[in-house]
Design a protein. Structure first.
Length: 155
């Protein structure tokens, strides 16, 4: 599997190693972007407001583009990882939206223990997602989403 297919295709299955490789690529991309941003900002003339504003807009647009590419790629990698676990991509609603909505709901509940309970449920789903995506082995052998990525290719 080439890098483009790994990061941007929603078809097939990937094992835990390729999942963690994708996570490493995301971290490296953001570290590189932050380093470039710091170098560019450090070389600016602080008295030239137009250059400073233009550079800020360019960096913001670059960061927004990197974020959108990362979201698409993260969805594609997560879908393939769920496929390896023989689960539908609909499980992303539980693993990605669930903790966000529950955590936000936990911060808006003012009285009682409801806020703490929602935050704990959000944390529990996040831990479950971490284990499901990054720790558990995929379904042995072929499943509905494709062949086992750990089996050697047959010629």
């Amino acid at each position: 599997m080439d890098l483009t297919t790994l990061l941007f295709s929603c078809n097939g299955r990937i094992n835990r190693g390729k999942y963690w490789l994708a996570a490493l690529i995301y971290v490296a991309a953001w570290i590189a972007f932050a380093g470039i941003a710091l170098l560019v900002i450090g070389d600016l003339d602080k008295d030239d407001r137009f250059a400073f504003a233009g550079t800020g807009i360019a960096l913001w647009l670059g960061g927004a583009l990197l974020f959108l590419i990362g979201i698409w790629s993260g969805l594609a990698v997560a879908i393939k990882r769920l496929h390896d676990r023989d689960k539908s991509a609909w499980w992303l609603l539980v693993f990605w939206l669930g903790p966000s909505l529950l955590g936000g709901g936990g911060r808006t509940v003012v009285h009682g223990g409801g806020g703490v309970a929602l935050s704990l449920l959000s944390a529990a789903i996040s831990i479950w997602a971490f284990v499901e995506f990054g720790c558990l082995r995929g379904t042995p052998g072929p499943n509905a989403y494709g062949p086992d990525p750990l089996e050697p290719a047959r010629y």
